[in-house]
Design a protein around this ligand. Sequence first.
Ligand SMILES: C[S@@+](CC[C@H](N)C(=O)[O-])C[C@H]1O[C@@H](n2cnc3c(N)ncnc32)[C@H](O)[C@@H]1O
Length: 262
Amino acid sequence: MQRKENVYGCITFSNFTMTMKEEIVPYARMPLPKKEQVALMFDRIAFRYDLMNRLLSFGIDVSWRKKIVRVLRKHHPKIILDVATGTADVALELASLHPTEIIGVDISGEMLALGREKIKAKKLESVIHLQLADSENLPYEDNKFDAVTVAFGVRNFENLDKGLSELFRVLKTGGRLVILEFSKPYIFPFKQIFHLYFTKICPALGSWITNDKMAYEYLHRSVESFPDGRNFTAILDKTGFIETQCTPLTFGISSIYTGSKS
Ligand SMILES: C[S@@+](CC[C@H](N)C(=O)[O-])C[C@H]1O[C@@H](n2cnc3c(N)ncnc32)[C@H](O)[C@@H]1O
């Protein structure tokens, strides 16, 4: 029997799990670790990723990413790391802060390839550099970045604690962390509408447009099981971040988490 530790630090075996919390992976029957499954999933849906985001959120996701930029504006970061950068939407928004360099990292080569095309189209190749790299093992020295951002990425980390520790390590003292992630609306009727939308409509649309229904079922399962609100700021506190805050956006469908390093 194969022993394995999941994102929540629970010991799991191939035939049964010793805890109630199962590891949430995109393709449950695929005998690959979560990280490889996530990279594969984003490689598969990359060609329709931006379109799906705009459709599923009715374009609101654009304003959520702009909020990251607004949070950072007063801090004038010069060198920024965008983790799980995907097709570089956040990195491109961050360019409006006129930093000297933005580095975007991701484990999906296909997402990065599309990101590079967008950066080239905006003639920002001298400012934004994309690199294939794992958030849980960042190839940068300690205390390098003035700001670290992650949009819709932390939920996909295989080892959340390791990923967050890496963000902390590469952030400068006094640097800012900004995380954008889905959260769960708790108020009637948004809770019920959100549930119906995420469990029925998203997988149907995902199946139709990307031909990968499981990717959009994973979206719902991963959001449901991921800590949000105070549960997530508590994890950031435990990692070592200070002044952590959560700001819910659009009825709590997503939230912006901020923190700093002392
Ligand atoms: C939902 S997409 C978000 C992309 C982008 N930040 C955005 O706002 O659209 C999540 C991204 O996280 C990346 N990812 C997941 N785990 C990662 C890891 N351990 N290291 C780096 N990137 C990761 C995936 O490949 C994917 O591109």
